[in-house]
Design a binder for this molecule. Structure first.
Ligand code: SF4
Length: 376
């Protein structure tokens, strides 16, 4: 049943109501988009990987088909049924890097706490499908205590990313408990909370949650808390999302954003420029543009590897430094991020380097004159 604003009567502004009202199958989503075409292949994809579309995220769809960048990110596609031989349920090699349940350590100074398995919206490009949408297995108090105990024995780990699933789908009291537990480990100086809710469920950022996220850093000696958002298209920066992010930044919670490069969604320079410019204007730092990982069900969204550096070269000519993310990929099986920078160095020759800027213009940059000597 639609109301006068064109939205269905489901999903009031309350975030829990939005989650309850999420559409969880292509056939159910026809209630919101009667003209939507549902095929057996879409049903089969939804049976393979879970689906949830919040009323808020659905309100950002303009045409209910896969040409729409919001629709393509949340509705199961026949392309998800392609079995790529290189696809892995654990493309980053996290499972072998798990010293205690729910904790992943792939870098010397950082760890990831997988706190939840549920998400408000199941992104079709998710690289962690082995976790997201798994039967609810949020971290228990005893598992959290064990993870904190492990961190106490590894003082070199100073930065913990709380992830999942989406950790902000947990209740306020559980989120507070996780932050307080991590803050009780003296060597943890930074806690980052990774969440897709800024884009798909901004109603989650109630005044109470904003206070919880801001609290640890306000205590003397408390860790800094960052929100690591995930925006892939400028349309996701709805008025509700911008208001929520403004509250966080005003309260002293820095917000960064990572973006996944997705075919047909954001793989052109104009779309990415609009997104990164809008994030920058909203005081949200775009910090990574990721190549899609080799996870199952995402071949239709994956771009060839040369696309990212080519787009970054174009963007470098259009945007100032703080608005530009680094383009990275995680190599199959682990090993840590690799930054792929645009080819600015065309050629090196004795005494000089030939450079190319974002507009394709070339410049010869000389090495220092050896006759000038040096101070050392
Ligand atoms: S919110 Fe994050 S964990 Fe959940 S489906 Fe999207 S990308 Fe995956």
């Amino acid at each position: 049943m639609k109301n006068e604003s064109g939205k269905t009567g489901r999903g009031p502004g309350d975030w829990r109501g939005q989650m309850r009202a999420a559409w969880r199958s292509p056939d159910a989503l026809k209630e919101r988009f009667p003209s939507m075409r549902v095929t057996d292949a879409m049903r089969a994809a939804a049976a393979r990987f879970p689906m949830a579309v919040t009323p808020h995220y659905a309100s950002l769809v303009r045409t209910p088909d896969f040409s729409d960048p919001v629709f393509a990110q949340c509705v199961p596609s026949p392309g998800e049924l392609v079995e790529a031989p290189w696809a892995s349920a654990d493309p980053l090699g996290e499972v072998p890097s798990t010293p205690v349940p729910h904790l992943v350590r792939r870098y010397p100074d950082r760890a990831v706490l997988l706190a939840a398995t549920s998400c408000a919206c199941y992104c079709r490009h998710c690289f962690r499908k082995r976790v997201s949408g798994a039967p609810d297995a949020a971290i228990s108090p005893s598992e959290l205590a064990a993870a904190a105990g492990w961190l106490r024995t590894r003082p070199e780990v100073s930065d913990v990313l709380v992830s999942g699933g989406d950790p902000l789908t947990l209740s306020d009291s559980r989120i507070r408990g996780i932050l307080e537990t991590l803050a009780s480990v003296p060597s943890v100086r930074v806690v980052r909370v990774g969440s897709r809710l800024p884009a798909v469920l901004p109603q989650r950022f109630t005044p109470a949650l904003v206070r919880i996220l801001a609290a640890p850093a306000r205590r003397p000696g408390g860790p800094a808390v960052y929100l690591m958002a995930h925006f892939n298209h400028a349309r996701e920066l709805s008025p509700e999302s911008l208001a929520a992010m403004r509250e966080l930044v005003d309260r002293g919670v820095p917000v960064c954003s990572q973006t996944v490069l997705l075919r047909g969604v954001n793989d052109d320079a104009d779309t990415l420029e609009e997104l990164f410019r809008a994030l920058y204007h909203a005081r949200i730092r775009p910090y990574y543009l990721f190549q899609s990982d080799l996870a199952p069900g995402i071949e239709h969204l994956r771009t060839p590897l040369e696309t990212g550096p080519r787009l970054m070269r174009e963007l470098r000519a259009r945007l100032s430094g703080p608005a530009l993310p680094n383009f990275c990929l995680d190599p199959p099986g682990g090993g840590g991020k690799i930054e792929l920078s645009p080819d600015s160095v065309v050629r090196r020759s004795p005494g000089a380097t030939l450079l190319r800027n974002g507009r394709g213009e070339e410049f010869l940059y000389p090495d220092p004159d050896p006759s000038a000597g040096g101070v050392r």
